[in-house]
Design a protein around this ligand. Structure first.
Ligand code: 5RP
Length: 276
């Protein structure tokens, strides 16, 4: 007598061999699907733990908070809304993107802007990669310019991420390149200038489910610069910003104060800015 798992594996093999187009009943989940489902759940749990730790440790009454963008920040905003309600906190939120603005509104939080609140107590945001010096690559979700502005006017910038973002050196984990927001008319000369000056290749980010390029919240294009060696990121960041037409880079240098990484084993690992 075969076990349920053996029967499912057999059926999986048969469906793959036959092709599934004629099969109308629900196909059993193949083990590779369950593994990717499990790993997705683990990553989501890691994001949540990092986000909750940051909100629990850094949010206090009467603060102006910067709200980042991406999928990890969703957990932070949910936790924040819960705390605001339970503890009757007076918190004003400054969004770093259209998505962040929606999140703030959907969770019933108080929305403001830099005109009314030019100084923030804390900004919380995700990252695509973090190195040992707390240099970050950001902009995987295309929101780097407003994210850098919001983080830049906060007294404290706290990063939340899952274990996949934890590196020793930038480029170790994140293979999609450094996002660079550019004025549309200049994307070709900027790509050429980047490759000539720093090597690697800069590609125009194309949209999914829309023909043409990704257009940022600011109406600009994004280049993803796939660098081919480790640079002095502080110098590279300054030099890239000097290229005419570059609006902002996804290199966040010397900005983050602390990073919370949700780990695979359910723990939260904290990385502080090293003292040199
Ligand atoms: C968006 C960002 C995000 O913070 C970064 O991409 C991390 O996203 P996620 O939390 O989904 O991993 O910089 O531009």
């Amino acid at each position: 007598m075969r076990s349920r798992g053996q029967r499912a594996a057999l059926l999986c093999r048969r469906l793959v061999a036959e092709g599934t187009r004629h099969v109308h009943r629900r196909a059993p989940r193949c083990s590779s699907q369950s593994i990717s489902g499990r790993s997705r759940a683990m990553t989501e749990e890691a994001k949540k733990r990092a986000a909750w730790a940051a909100v629990n440790n850094h949010v206090q009454n009467n603060q102006v908070l910067g709200i980042g963008s991406g999928s990890t920040i969703v957990h932070a905003v949910q936790k924040l809304a819960e705390r605001v309600k339970q503890e009757d906190l007076n918190i004003v939120c400054i969004p770093s993107s259209f998505q962040a603005r929606q999140l703030i509104l959907q969770n019933g939080l108080t929305l403001s802007d830099l005109d009314r609140h030019p100084e923030l107590n804390v900004a919380i945001d995700g990252a695509d990669e973090v190195d040992l010096d707390l240099n970050l690559i950001k902009g995987g979700g295309g929101c780097l310019t407003q994210e850098k502005i919001v983080a830049g006017y906060a007294k404290s910038f706290i990063v939340i991420a899952d274990y996949r973002k934890k590196s020793e050196s930038l480029g170790e984990q994140w293979k999609k390149g450094i996002p660079i927001e550019v004025i549309p008319m200049a994307y070709v000369p900027i790509s050429r200038a980047l490759a000539k000056r720093f090597g690697g290749v800069a590609e125009l980010r194309m949209a999914v489910n829309k023909a043409g390029p990704v257009v940022t919240d600011n109406g600009n294009f994004l280049l993803d610069w796939k660098f081919d060696k480790v640079h002095n990121w502080r110098e590279a960041n300054v030099a890239i910003k000097m290229i005419p037409g570059v609006v902002e880079t996804g290199l966040f240098i010397d900005m983050a104060e602390r990073v919370y990484f949700g780990m695979e084993d359910g723990s939260v690992s904290v990385r502080e800015k090293p003292v040199h």
